[in-house]
Every structure is written in structure tokens, then in C-alpha cells.
Ligand binder design. Structure first.
Ligand code: SF4
Ligand code: SF4
Length: 129
């Protein structure tokens, strides 16, 4: 990963079926204790690296709702484990699917600065006019 859905989400759930990695769940299935909007599982998101743009952001009606987060790689192990934005899945056999256990592909074209400041996916990939 990863992309992060922010609290401007209106829970339309348009993005869920578009995700090629089945990484998105509705608010009712959010693993966050206080999850009240649609959630992206960073341990599954592949940033749609094989597509022109991330599918979720492409169909989202809420401008700037979906933002970049850090790559889901070992370097950001502590970040993802400790972030209050995420609850990483615990697999029965593999344990917690942290970045070192299950690293995900990411778009190298998105800078670490843009990720760190959670720039919106739409702004970086010019999804908006
Ligand atoms: S960027 Fe792609 S893989 Fe990641 S949550 Fe969005 S649609 Fe799914
Ligand atoms: S498409 Fe956008 S507004 Fe709708 S559920 Fe997904 S992130 Fe939220």
C-alpha cells in the first residue's frame, strides 16, 4: 500500500467492488474499533500498479477523499503497526500480516513527501479537472 480513505468519505461504497485486490470494506466491516467509514486494508492494497490510476479514487465522488500513505514495505513496519488509522489483519498461521511478512507493490512515481503529507490520489494523478 497504500491509500487511505479519510473522514470525508460518504460511505457510498462505490469503491468496494472496483478494487482488484479486495482490499476495501464498508464501515460495518471496518477492523477499526471506531470505524465509521469505508476502510482500505493496507496489507492487501496494491495501489492498482497495473492500472492507469487507482480504481478506488477513479470512482470516488468525493474529491480528495482518498489519499496516499506510505509504501507497505518493511521500512514502514512500525508506522503501519502503530498507526491508529489501521488494524492489520492477524492470519491464523502467518500471524500479523505486517509489511515485513506481506509487503505490497507500490507506485514509485508517488514521492515519499506526498505520501507523508497524505496528498490526495486525485491531485497527484490529475483525476479532477
Ligand atoms: S488503490 Fe487499488 S488496490 Fe488499493 S484500495 Fe484502491 S482500488 Fe484497491
Ligand atoms: S467511493 Fe469514496 S466516498 Fe464512496 S465509499 Fe469509497 S471512499 Fe467513500
Amino acid at each position: 500500500m497504500a491509500v487511505l480513505i479519510t473522514d470525508s468519505c460518504i460511505n457510498c461504497d462505490n469503491c468496494i467492488d472496483e478494487c482488484p485486490a479486495t482490499a476495501i470494506v464498508g464501515a460495518d466491516d471496518s477492523p477499526l474499533e471506531d470505524g465509521s467509514f469505508t476502510y482500505v486494508k493496507p496489507e492487501k492494497c496494491i495501489e492498482c500498479v497495473d492500472a492507469a490510476v487507482p480504481k478506488c479514487a477513479d470512482v470516488c465522488p468525493t474529491e480528495d477523499c482518498i489519499v496516499w500513505d506510505m509504501p507497505y514495505t518493511e521500512e514502514y513496519e512500525d508506522y503501519f503497526v502503530q498507526s491508529e488509522n489501521y488494524t492489520i489483519r492477524v492470519h491464523k498461521k502467518k500471524g500479523m500480516l505486517t509489511p515485513s511478512v506481506q509487503p505490497r507493490p507500490f507506485r514509485e512515481s508517488i514521492s515519499l513527501d506526498d505520501r507523508d503529507t497524505h496528498v490526495s490520489v486525485g491531485q497527484t494523478l490529475k483525476l479532477y479537472n
